[in-house]
Design a protein around this ligand. Structure first.
Ligand code: MGD
Ligand code: MGD
Ligand code: SF4
Ligand code: MO
Length: 748
């Protein structure tokens, strides 16, 4: 009899602990899905310190979808206009190894590129780094974290000396001022939000500030919602800094002993008077003052942020400006306080630890640092100089390299770039030019299938064993408890097998993922993200633990760790760095032709491109179709009523969405959710409109803002008309979405 197993939720970066129990339980009917197939039961793990038994709808329903619509066999084709044919693993792996050899011979190592994901386990990430950066000598490994956390990574590294969120979830209970900026925590990190709300409700003194151009389920509970214009975060934060300086609400001792560069910040913020800031941000001066007052008067300020900050052409500057506020008030390195990035994906943190971006190496090391390269080369027993000193291509560089014929192989795993990259029509055109694209995926179909020459079935969470690190640096062991679907294999085993076929037999002599992890942790020894004291066995037996977890000390899973309690930062002089920035505004501001700012983001039930959540009835019912949020004033001016079909057009492309008229959005802004790719709705892709312009420091694209115009393309029919129209579609086999769009609306 298989027992209940403990694991981590494979969706968001909260990293809730889950318990999975087998379909058959003594004394109970077998747990089955709607088609009668036995499924594992999922519930929260009360002993997991990150979530204490809580789960949201995504985690709770994961059991319903892990077996459905799976990609089961390798498939191949010579060109994209041919149908895919089923092939053996041998044939597929040989084809990949041959293409890599051919590319190395004709284009050199930089013709090889891999695009991975924060949904990898740490072992997948590590094996890929060793293959690309070590054995093949190219740093062309990037991950979807480029679209997600890279501004946070750059901001932490530049301001504090290293990546690594310093805080812990326990700080949610202890803070007396939570500053939530660019995060819809209630929908996207719900269990973190619940925990914060508990403190907020119980303790009347705790203040909750939300900075977001939209009113969201998060801002609903705020004591102060600053509904700023998109892209004005730096103005606001410099405005808060201005007042803190003016009011003398500074921690001078901290500034003097533990930081450098405060003078520049002090100078730059002098011009950020409340009136000026209020005007730029589209809020009132009193609101700016109140935010500064809450910040200045609180003993423990905890700021949290995600994509409204990171996905910006000045993402790193936003993050560093936020960290400035913490440094000037000494709000870091103590319980209940600190700058706390909320990680998007379940193991984007592990990815960063394993060096999973084009400029990183394992153990929070950098490609550009000669000592770091040498340490990793020696560890991997590679010849000196094998690791290139140049950062690899970021994912957008890879798109451009496909356009110019500079990639011989583009290898994609655990991400769906045919939906999630900006300027998606351009991306699709580039993918069509790629001579050889490998796509490693668990589900079938997804939008990316259309662009794959080789399709490899990936075992997913529950079918492979590995580690994931969540937002608070807690590492959870995720065991295998189900049989892999069809012929699917764990991602890391595929990378290792290709490595062996290319002659790197010693490098990839791993028998299982525990051995991969054991090797990886040795590379973290003495680094900030030290987890050399951890192993699969240890974490499986004692439960999830936070790093730092150095060798020689048995970590205590009940103990909370925080970074920088000693106020020593991992910079050469041990001090944190202030950074003074003026805002440069949006990369593509609205103008006469494109008068609205389009912002994009998430909904509570859906996960990204819907490969899983689009196949769960309960969630589809929750969020049945895409839409565009538009303010009543704008709608009225254009004669738009709720449900009308609108075309949202930017300089790059357009999509069509039913209007959702709401005061949640400000008049000059519209919002479209990112979840509907070509597979799930017709012409409703958020990324048809977005652009690739990115932060110069983090190379993270500004997915949160582009300029668009709006036209009315079809009016919603009155109720009686729509019932008739609905009848016409019965039995035509069209999707509910098509029926809605074609049947319930009259073209203009
Ligand atoms: N339900 C659900 N949860 C998820 C995910 C999911 O797909 N679905 N994905 C996970 C992942 S990978 C990520 S990265 C996180 C993302 O989590 P969040 O960042 O919380 O989610 P988003 O909806 O992308 O964006 C957050 C907010 O940024 C605001 N925003 C837009 N522009 C600006 C701006 O200029 N300034 C400010 N201050 N705010 C702005 C938007 O209005 C939006 O409400 O969620 C994770 N959790
Ligand atoms: N307009 C707009 N675009 C955005 C964003 C936005 O806010 N607005 N957000 C960006 C952000 S923050 C993110 S994180 C990205 C997310 O974008 P994507 O990474 O493209 O989204 P997912 O749908 O999560 O894709 C992950 C895929 O991996 C597959 N998969 C799951 N488990 C495994 C596994 O173990 N192995 C393999 N090989 N495959 C597996 C899933 O089935 C799924 O198809 O989108 C970005 N794009
Ligand atoms: S909050 Fe995130 S980690 Fe927790 S159950 Fe929901 S999706 Fe999973
Ligand atoms: Mo993300």
């Amino acid at each position: 009899m298989v027992e209940t197993v403990k694991t981590q939720c494979p969706y968001c970066g909260v990293g809730c602990g889950l318990e999975a129990s087998p379909p058959a339980q003594p004394g109970r009917a077998v747990n089955r899905d709607k088609d009668g197939i036995p499924i594992w039961g999922i519930r929260g793990d009360r002993n997991h310190q990150s979530s204490l038994g809580q789960v949201c709808v995504k985690g709770a329903t994961i059991g319903e979808v892990i077996h459905r619509n799976r990609l089961k066999h390798p498939m191949m084709r010579e060109s994209l206009d041919q149908p895919l044919r089923q092939v053996s693993w041998d044939e597929a792996l040989d084809a990949i190894a041959n293409q890599i050899r051919h590319t190395l011979a004709t284009q050199g190592p930089n013709g090889v590129a891999m695009y991975g994901s924060g949904q990898f386990q740490t072992e997948d990430y590590y094996t890929a780094q060793k293959l690309l950066k070590g054995c093949l000598g190219t740093n062309n490994f990037d991950a979807n974290s480029r679209l997600c956390m890279s501004s946070a990574v750059a901001g932490y590294a530049k301001s504090l000396g290293s990546d690594g969120p310093p805080c812990a979830y326990e700080d949610l209970d202890l803070t007396d001022c939570a500053f939530l900026i660019g995060t819809n925590t209630a929908e996207c990190h719900p269990i973190i939000f619940n925990r914060l709300r508990k403190n907020h409700k119980k303790n009347g003194q705790t203040k909750l500030i939300v900075v977001d151009p939209r009113a969201t389920d998060t801002s609903k509970f705020a004591d102060l919602h600053l509904q700023i214009q998109p892209g004005t975060d730096i103005d606001l934060m410099n405005g808060i800094a201005h007042l803190l300086v003016k009011w003398g609400k500074l921690d001078q001792t901290f500034i003097t002993n533990h930081t450098t560069g405060f003078e520049q910040v002090q100078e730059i913020v002098t011009s950020y008077t409340p009136d000026k800031v209020a005007e730029r941000c589209g809020i009132t001066a009193a609101e700016v003052e109140l935010a500064a007052q809450y910040w200045g008067e609180s003993d423990r300020v905890l700021s949290m942020w995600s994509m409204g900050m990171n996905q910006s052409s000045e993402g790193t500057a936003k993050v560093r400006t936020l960290i400035n506020l913490h440094l000037m008030t000494g709000q870091i390195g103590k319980p209940g306080a600190g700058p706390f990035s909320l990680t998007g994906q379940p193991n984007a943190m592990g990815g960063r630890e394993a060096g999973g971006l084009a400029h990183l190496l394992p153990g929070y090391r950098f490609v550009a640092n000669a000592q770091h390269r040498q340490a990793v080369e020696e560890f991997w027993r590679l010849p000196a100089g094998r690791i290139s000193d140049k950062p690899g291509l970021t994912v957008w560089d890879m798109v451009e390299a496909m356009e110019t014929g500079n990639l011989g192989i583009f290898w994609v795993a655990a991400t769906n770039p045919a939906v999630s990259l900006p300027d998606i029509d351009r991306v699709k055109a580039a993918l069509r030019k790629s001579p050889f694209t490998v796509y490693q995926e668990s589900y079938f179909p997804t939008e990316m299938v259309e662009f794959a020459h080789v399709l490899l079935p990936a075992s997913q969470w529950s079918e492979k064993a590995g580690m994931m690190t969540n937002s608070e640096r807690r590492v959870t062991y995720c065991p295998q408890f189900r049989t892999p679907a069809g012929e699917s294999r764990a991602d890391w085993t595929v990378f290792a097998e290709v490595g062996r076929r290319l002659g790197f037999v010693r490098e990839f002599a791993f028998n299982n993922s525990a051995e991969v992890y054991a090797e990886f942790v040795r590379l973290t020894r003495g680094q900030l993200c030290d987890q050399s004291g951890l192993s699969h066995n240890l974490v499986a037996s004692i439960g999830a633990v936070q790093w730092p977890a150095p060798r020689g000390k048995i970590p205590d899973p009940m103990k909370t760790t925080r970074l920088y309690l000693d106020r020593q930062f991992p910079t050469p002089d041990g001090k944190a760095r202030f950074a003074a920035y003026h805002s440069r505004g949006l990369a593509e501001p609205p103008d006469g032709e494109f008068p609205f700012v389009l912002t994009t983001g998430r909904l509570y039930g859906h996960w990204h491109t819907q490969s899983r959540t689009g196949r769960i009835d309960k969630i589809v019912k929750m969020h049945p179709n895409p839409f565009v949020e538009i303010h009543p004033k704008s709608a009225e001016k254009m004669g738009i009523v709720e449900g009308d079909l609108l075309e949202v057009r930017s300089r790059r492309g357009a999509g069509r969405f039913p209007a959702m008229i709401t005061k949640r959005i400000s008049p000059g802004t519209v919002f479209v959710p990112m979840h509907w790719g070509a597979l799930w709705a017709d012409q409703s892709e958020a990324n048809a409109m977005t652009h690739e312009l990115a932060c110069p420091e983090s190379k993270q694209p500004e997915l949160k803002a582009c300029a668009v115009n709006i036209t009315l393309v079809a009016q919603i029919l009155r109720k009686t008309e729509s019932v008739e129209a609905e009848k016409e579609f019965v039995g035509t086999g069209k999707s509910l979405w098509n029926r809605l769009v074609e049947g319930l609306r009259r073209p203009i």
